[in-house]
Design a protein around this ligand. Sequence first.
Ligand SMILES: [Zn+2]
Length: 661
Amino acid sequence: MNTRNAVAAVAVVAIILAASCVFLVGSNGHDEKWYNVDIIENVFPEYREQSATDNYYAYALNDVYRRAAASGDYESAYLIYYANSVNLHGDDMISGDIIAMLDKRTYPELGDSKVLAGYYDSLLDMTARNALGVDAIKAYVEEIDSITTTDQVVRYVATGGSAGMYNSIISLSRMIDDVDGNNAVTISVPVLPSMDENYQDASVEKNLELYGAMLELFPGIDGDSYIQAAVDYDRLIQNNATGESTQVMTYSEVAGSFAFASALEPYHEAGIDSYYSPDSGFYSTISESLTQDNLMMYKSMAMYDLLMDASKHLDEEVYEIRAEWLGEEYDVQESVKASLEDDWSHVAGMLVGKYYYATYVDAGLQAYCEELIAECLEAAKEYYDSVEWIGDATSAKIAQKIDGMTVRCLGPTAEQMAAYDYSSVKADSYYGMLAALRHANRAIDIAQASGDLRDQWKSDMLPHTYNMFYSVDDNSINILASYVRELLRGHDSSEREYILGTVGAAICHEITHGFDDMGADYDEKGRKRAGWLFTEEEKEVFDSKVDALADYIAGFYVGNGRYLSDHMIGEVMADMGGSAITYSMLGDGDARKFFSALVALEFFVLDKESYYERVDTDEHPPGMYRVNMEVQQMQEFFDAYGIGEGDNMYLAPEDRVSVWA
Ligand SMILES: [Zn+2]
C-alpha cells in the first residue's frame, strides 16, 4: 500500500492559485472555512499521530503549523487573502469582508478605505440611485445629441466622451499578440444585433424596440432619427464586410487610412505597433462613411451604447423597460452588483495592493529575490544536463531557453505604481462614478502597454497578487511580491533549506513549465514550434514517461468517488522538476528541513465546499498530493526518513514516474 490509499478519505482542500496557495493560519471567526490548522487540531486529529513513513504531508504539517503559530503575525496574510479573493471571486460577497476588515483595522497609509466603503454602499443603494431618475444620465445623452461635426465624432471616440464610453463606435482592446508576444490592439466595430452580449439571439427589431423605448425617456431627443440612423449604420457595416480574415497592420499603415486614428494614438505612444482589424476594407468603409450626411449614424451608435449601458445600472424606469422587454423577472440588485463588481473590485484591489506594496516590499526583498532566481536558473541548467535520457544537443537548447527567460520580479516600481491612481474617482453621483472608473481603467490599460510597465507587469496582475507563474507565450517567469514576502515571513536568508524548499522550489517549478508537456512545444522566444526541443528518440522517452505519470496521478483516490486526473500532468511534472532541481542546490544542508519546507509551500486555506469542484477543474492537485507525489520520486527523501519497502510512503524505483529522472 502506498500514499494513494492512505490519503484517500481526506475531504478537504484549497483555494488554489497558479503555483501554490495562500499562506494563512488563524481561522477564528471563519466557520465556513477549514484551514490546515483546523485539520491538525480538530478535523483530523489523527493527523497528529501520522508519521513521515505513513503520510509525509500530514506529518510535516504539524511542524509547519508550530512554526507559523510561533511567529504570531498574520495580518498581511489576511490582507493578501482577502484582496486576492476580491479579485478572483468578486461575486461571492468577499468584497463586503474586505471592507469590514479595512474599516476594523487601522491602516494609516490607507486613508482610502472610507472611500472604498462609500463605493460599496453606493453600489448597493438602489433607492438612492433610483431617486436620481434618468436625470443622472441626461448630461451624457445631451452631450451626444449636441455633436454637430465629424471632428466631434472622432473626438468622442478618442476620449470616450464624459461617460467614458470608449467602445461604442469603434472598439479597441489591448491583447498580447500570440505571434510575437508583444502588446497589440484589436479594433472592432459593433453591429446592432450583437451589440449587447445578452441580445445575441435577439432580432434587430427587438433591439430597436428597446432602444426606442429608452429614447422616449428624453423628450428633447428626436428618437425616430436615431433609430433610422442605427439601422443605416448596421446596414453599412453588414453590406461592406469583405469577408477577409483579420488583418494586422502597423500604426503608420493604419493612421494613413483611418479616420479614427486619433483613438489609437495613446496606444501608439505607449509603444504598441500591431493593430488588428476585422479586415482591410473596414478602415476605408468606416473612414469614407464619416461624412456630415452620415453624422447621425455615428451619433446613434454612441447613443445606443450609452443607453444600453445605463439601462443595466441606473433607474427604475429604465430598468422596467428592460425587464418588460426581457419578459421575465429581472433582479436589479443582482444585475447591478454583477455589472459593477469588476470595476469596484479592481479599485479595491489596487488600493489594497498599493498599501501592501508600500508597507511590505523594499529594495532588500527585490535584491534577494533576483539573486535567488539567478541561482535557480543556473541550477536548472545543470540539473537538466544531468538527466540521463536528455542528450547534449537538447541540454544546450534547454540552456538556451533558460537563458532567454524573462524574469519579472515582485512587480512595479514605486514610480510605476503611481500609474495606478484612482484618486480622480469620486462617488458624487452613481453614474459619474462609473464614468470615472472607465476613464481610470482606460488610463491604466494604456499605462500597462508602455515599455516600462510591460517589462514588469501583466495586465491582470494587481500589486499584491499572491502568485507566481510561467508564461509560455513570452517564456517568462513572473514572481509577485506578496508570494515571496509571505513565504519568507518569520524566516531569514540563513535558513537555506527553508528558502530552497519554498521560494526556490516554486521558482524551479515555474522554470520546469518551460519544458513540460506544453512548454516543450515553445521555443526560447515563446513562439509555438512543435518538436523544437526533443529529438525523436527523446520524444518517445518523454511520451512514455508522461503516460506512466498519468497512470500514477489517476491512481490517487480523493474521496466521493473521485480520482485525480491527467489534466494535472503539467503541474505535477513541474512540481517534480521543481523539487528535484532545488534539492540539487542543497549541498550539505539538512534534507529533512528541506522536505518539510515543501509542505510549508503548500500550506493552504481550505474550503471544504469547493474541494470536489476544484479536484475536477483545477490543474493543481490538492497540496497534500502535490507534496507526497514529489517526495515519493526522490531516493533522498526515503534516505532522510529511513523509509523503505513496506512503508506507506515508499515507492520502489521501478514505480517512480518523474519525467526528470
Ligand atoms: Zn505550475
